[in-house]
Design a protein around this ligand. Sequence first.
Ligand code: ATP
Length: 580
Amino acid sequence: MKFSELADGLEKLESTSSRLEMTDLLADVFKKAKPNELQKIIYLMQGRISPSFSNLEIGMGEKMVQQALATASGFDKSKIEKLYTEKGDLGLVAMEVMGARKQSALARRELSVDDVFENFVKIATASGSGSQELKKSLLIDLFNSSSHTEAKWIARIPTGSLRLGVGEPTVMDALSVAKKGDKSLRYQLEVAFNQSSDLGSLAKAFMEKGAKGIENYSVNPGFPIRAALGERAGTIEEIMTRMKTPLVEPKMDGFRQQIHKKGNEVTIYSRKQENMTHMFPEVVASVKKLKAKNIILDAEALGYNPKTGSYLSFQETIKRKRKYGVTAKAEEMPLHVMCFDIMYLDGKDLTGKRFSERRKILEKQILKNDPVLTVIDQQEFRDAKSLEKYFKGIVKKNIEGIMAKNPELEYKAGKRGFHWMKYKPSYDASKMRDTVDAVIIGYYKGRGKRTGFGFGGLLTAVYDEDDDEFKSIARVGSGFTEEQMSEFSNALSKIKAAKKPARVDSDMEPDVWVTPKYVVTLIADEISLSPVHTAGRARGKGYALRFPRIVSGGVRIDKNPEQATTVSEIMRMYKQQHTK
Ligand code: ATP
């Protein structure tokens, strides 16, 4: 496939403002590609050359892209920098300077998708002395051969985002449409994706052999499983009614880890399926001691204060995220990793087994007295009264809440449901029992004192799983620290969108639209009905957060926009408010 065909398709995708049209446009692109090209296209569309859980990244800074553009176009570096400051998007800069380039276009070779992919692979794998120059020349080579539209997309790839705002559910819909003409195969795609997390290789197998080609996709060490998620319980009674004999665990406020051991190789994935292994050397060491050759565990990691033994908050634990000084941090803030599920053991996929059985297997695998790995406490309950008592004890200990699990059910990869129910104490004076994780879809410029920051508030949305769209729920105007204001202003100005992104559904108009990327945690006085917002809108009224404010900690770096609170969760939270 010619790269120009892909670039044309992406142009159309960028200019549509309808999510439905987006699916058809994507399906058109997919149909033109051969299966192995399609795999590459899917990675390139995410600004990558491999699935998101792999560590192989293109890894090229904005500065280097600017330098390559200067050489390829014959424009001064300072001119390129100036244009970038004006436009805030290297793609638009590339389009302008390559369109007006001073060299002749006659000697250009026609680029294929394979050519572009291959150069980016070489860029990603170049190392050692002279590698920076090599990377730059590989990018210059691509620019030299590209038209101004192709240059726009090539410039966007190495910086990690094509700014299309195409989500995985839309890609799966489009794959089904490309193969079958309708969305009927989306469910099968989703099941396979939930177990393997590699949309590129899945797309290839699917285009080659249709639904049959992905039937055998199953759980495997080295491929992160999409996390199982819980519903919010309104009351203790609700847990008992739905589960009869729940297995109940403390809900710890730590950092979710999915731990994979494949032979002697250990990999740790985050809630977003990112490879976080480098942050946790002591976890790797403990996992290596396990008897099992191959294993996949679900766990919560918590940093603790070695002097007092008390656990630290998620915000503190996450400080480990920095790449350097991990060893020093590991001593200063040791970790406990509390395992709560097992999905794979020595050649066997355990996700289909009942939870009570999985728990027994888990207990046998984790070594007693390991300083890092433990199995989380668990108790079975048969009546609401004793569960209520247990919950009160948990609250007294300052633990976030409880997680009740249905003993009869399998591991629900990528699904939020009543297999797990979380229950937390009420939040401050709010009527809401829990916070909402909302996606930033736009921002307001500051007025008065805030003008200096160029930031005066956020327009936020929740995720509608059925439509794969972000629907507005709150304008957040207060409660920001000065530091947050300048951070938001910086980060958001980099993802400005010229118009409302296709997957955003909002009647409210912010001063600046942004590509949905960041998730922030909000609390409010309550959830109300309002004609202003589009979340769950029916008969002219949607759900809105009343007096929303940002919870300390701000951005949830462990969540993608599609992992934000969903419209159906908001609907349940609204009902729970009125049944208390
Ligand atoms: P989500 O429900 O979307 O994962 P969240 O963090 O917003 O995200 P929470 O209610 O805060 O929702 O908690 C769910 C998270 O709690 C899990 O993803 C996991 O990291 C953590 N957790 C803590 N203890 C447990 C446990 N015993 N079993 C399962 N998850 C637990």
